[in-house]
Design a binder for this molecule. Structure first.
Ligand code: CA
Length: 354
């Protein structure tokens, strides 16, 4: 009997003790704004996953309330809102703020840059996190990788692209730095709201557009009206970001800080996997429903020209912004080391097993 009591009472005592401890524990409440609407999968899911994990791992001591873009109406203003304290946290992508601070640009993805595994290795083992801290410190915000889309597709084209001439006057939606490269090649770059993309492509207001990849393109329906699906070059590893107001984060006790950081890191990993699976599934579905879709790669002459322009634009930006140059140089140096290994491992494995 004594033995039985000992067996029951110790775990029971621990449980009673721990629940009474937590009952008196302070609850830390955070608000998070996302760039995405609630139905945008897997982007919004990642923010939700992070919040749920932090809540469970902390036994309810962290509560994160998420407002999607439908609520706060400022999808591209997340940095400003977290900096100014309207929200404690955000889930977005660093390159959306390049107009406010050009140094934030390379933490999402650069044309012809690192792939997702390479970029994660750069963030966590190759000095990327330190550089990101240096850039974000002056905004009073902490920034962390928040999930990768992997290699994004180069986009949907109504006509095949064979020569540099074919790009002249082509009307394409391709935002950001990649758009600047395309513009130098004679493309008429336009930026349209996501809701206008399908109709614009259908009616011929634009001839081509890029969005993400099969996982997110399928819902937009572009494959129904533009048969040429070009492979990627411009966003080989687009990384989302969780940002947190530094002062707010510093108020957390050490164990909760650790929980927040782990929830961020794990939800980022989950997104990479979720999106990889969604891409594979969506591609099979597109191919089955629209067998006329053709996967194309831009010809070498065009790629070479884009690489040349890419280098020129990067040099121009770097010359004006020493910190940007430091980040770009760090990525370049890391690429020199890591790419050789990617080729020896993944590339040759795939090439020899086709
Ligand atoms: Ca894109």
């Amino acid at each position: 009997m004594k033995k039985l009591i000992a067996k029951i009472s110790i775990p029971f005592l621990c449980l009673a003790l721990s629940s009474s401890l937590y009952a008196n524990e302070k609850v830390y409440k955070f608000t998070m704004a996302t760039t995405w609407g609630e139905t945008v999968s897997p982007l919004f899911d990642t923010a939700q996953n992070m919040a749920d994990m932090a809540n469970k791992m902390s036994n309810g001591r962290i509560e994160i309330k998420i407002d999607s873009a439908n609520k706060h109406k400022a999808p591209l203003g997340i940095l400003d809102m977290v900096k100014g304290g309207q929200y404690d946290m955000g889930h977005s992508a660093s390159y959306y703020w390049k107009g406010k601070d050009i140094n934030t640009l390379p933490f999402t993805s650069m044309p012809f840059g690192l792939t997702s595994p390479e970029q994660y290795a750069w963030f966590y083992r190759g000095g990327g996190m330190e550089l990101m801290k240096k850039v974000y410190d002056k905004h009073g915000v902490l920034s962390f990788p928040g999930g990768s889309t992997g290699v994004q597709m180069g986009g949907w084209f109504k006509k095949e692209i064979n020569t540099l001439e074919d790009l002249k006057g082509l009307k394409m939606r391709i935002p950001g730095f990649a758009g600047e490269i395309m513009a130098k090649l004679g493309v008429q770059v336009t930026n349209l709201a996501p809701g206008e993309l399908y109709t614009s492509l259908e009616r011929g207001t634009i001839d081509a557009l890029e969005w993400v990849g099969p996982s997110m393109d399928i819902g937009m329906g572009f494959h129904k009206i533009a048969p040429y699906y070009y492979t990627g070059w411009h966003e080989p590893a687009s990384e989302m970001h969780f940002i947190i107001n530094t002062k707010k984060f510093e108020k957390l006790p050490d164990d909760l800080k650790e929980i927040m950081l782990n929830a961020i890191r794990l939800s980022a990993y989950d997104m990479y996997i979720q999106n990889y699976d969604m891409n594979a599934t969506a591609w099979q579905q597109m191919k089955a429903e629209y067998p006329n879709i053709q996967i194309k790669t831009l010809p070498k002459a065009i790629m070479d020209e884009m690489k040349k322009v890419n280098k020129e634009l990067r040099n121009e930006m770097g010359a004006k912004n020493p910190l940007l140059k430091e980040v770009l140089d760090s990525q370049d140096a890391y690429m020199k080391k890591v790419r050789e290994w990617t080729i020896i491992s993944d590339y040759l494995y795939l090439k020899d097993n086709l």
